[in-house]
Design a protein around this ligand. Structure first.
Ligand SMILES: C[S@@+](CC[C@H](N)C(=O)[O-])C[C@H]1O[C@@H](n2cnc3c(N)ncnc32)[C@H](O)[C@@H]1O
Length: 303
């Protein structure tokens, strides 16, 4: 559990500190004369709720999750509250309609059986004038501006295909849903903005990329001597249950696959100086009183 919590916190810093330049949210949250309410759907370790509550004492920040994962903190944060167990895939959330000024959804791929229903619920519990953020790591391997993956990447691609198959069989696909923006519009959101922030897995001369790459290695290629000489412990955490329970793999086969994927990905780093990367998907969408003005936008930030 501690390893999984560490991984979640590492991703939190990767997304908010590095990819988003130390921003806790992408929605433009205007100050109001009343107290405002934020909801974090599937709060994980609760790190975002704590940071949001501390940075914004005028907000009440509520996290919901199936499990009470949040580690005890030294100091109480009175405006952060955690509700468990709450199943966010159930028909209703335990709140009033229009209750929240802001709803955050982060890294939920693999947890949601029906995304359209998920965005309908976000819309239902969001106050008119409020907005939502959605951050997702899109694990599909991306390589040098859409060119073909090199042969060294095949084990990682094989693993990714197996994870997609297993998670779909489980009923909660791990792949980022490509039709997210259309689903948000269909739920009633106005003008969803979609950004892609590329996370390279290879050192580059620019400082910022080096920091990104360092975080990525921490998060994905975490080493455990003896078990994972090529790193990749985190990958095991992501796929062991899925592959053994849904596809009948043996645990040792999963470890071997993770190691091969790690070794292959490491080889890709030095292959023709091209960069293997994942894409971070960032959405901001608002709920207005003005009905649907469907002015959708895509922005690709290749950093
Ligand atoms: C990958 S973690 C992401 C955590 C957090 N949002 C973050 O970005 O660090 C997914 C979280 O969703 C929670 N979760 C998964 N399915 C859930 C469900 N049906 N209802 C409530 N929480 C759920 C898990 O317990 C876990 O804390």
């Amino acid at each position: 559990m501690q390893t999984e919590n560490d991984r979640l916190d590492i991703f939190h810093y990767l997304i908010h500190d590095i990819a988003l330049y130390k921003k806790l949210h992408m929605s433009n949250l205007q100050p109001k004369s009343r107290r405002q309410r934020a909801l974090d759907v599937g709060y994980g370790t609760g790190i975002w709720c704590y940071e949001m509550a501390i940075e914004n004492p005028q907000w009440d920040v509520i996290g919901i999750d199936l499990f009470a994962n949040q580690p005890r903190r030294d100091s109480e944060v009175p405006n952060a509250q955690f509700l468990t167990p709450v199943d966010f895939t159930g028909p209703e959330w335990p709140f009033q309609r229009n209750e929240f000024d802001f709803i955050r959804n982060a890294c939920l791929a693999g947890c949601v059986p029906d995304w359209q229903d998920h965005w309908h619920k976000n819309y239902r519990y969001l106050r008119p004038g409020g907005s939502i953020d959605y951050f997702e790591v899109d694990w599909a391997l991306q390589y040098a501006a859409h060119s073909q993956l090199p042969p060294h990447a095949q084990p990682a691609q094989y693993l990714w295909n197996a994870m997609q198959q297993a998670s779909s069989r489980f009923g909660k696909p791990i792949a980022y849903p490509d039709n997210t923006r259309a689903m948000m519009v269909n739920a009633g959101f106005t003008d969803p903005i979609h950004q892609v922030i590329r996370i390279p897995f290879q050192p580059r001369p620019e400082k910022r990329e080096q920091r990104l790459e360092q975080w990525c290695k921490e998060a994905i290629y975490r080493r455990r001597p003896g078990v994972y000489p090529n790193g990749i412990e985190t990958l095991e955490g992501m796929c062991m249950w899925l592959l053994t329970q849904q596809l009948g793999f043996q645990p040792n086969d999963v470890r071997r696959l993770c190691n091969e994927a790690g070794r292959g990905s490491a080889a890709v780093f030095s292959y023709r100086k091209a960069t293997l990367s994942s894409w971070n998907r960032v959405f901001v969408a608002t709920k207005t009183n003005a009905g649907l003005s469907v002015l959708t936008r895509d922005m690709f930030l290749i950093i």
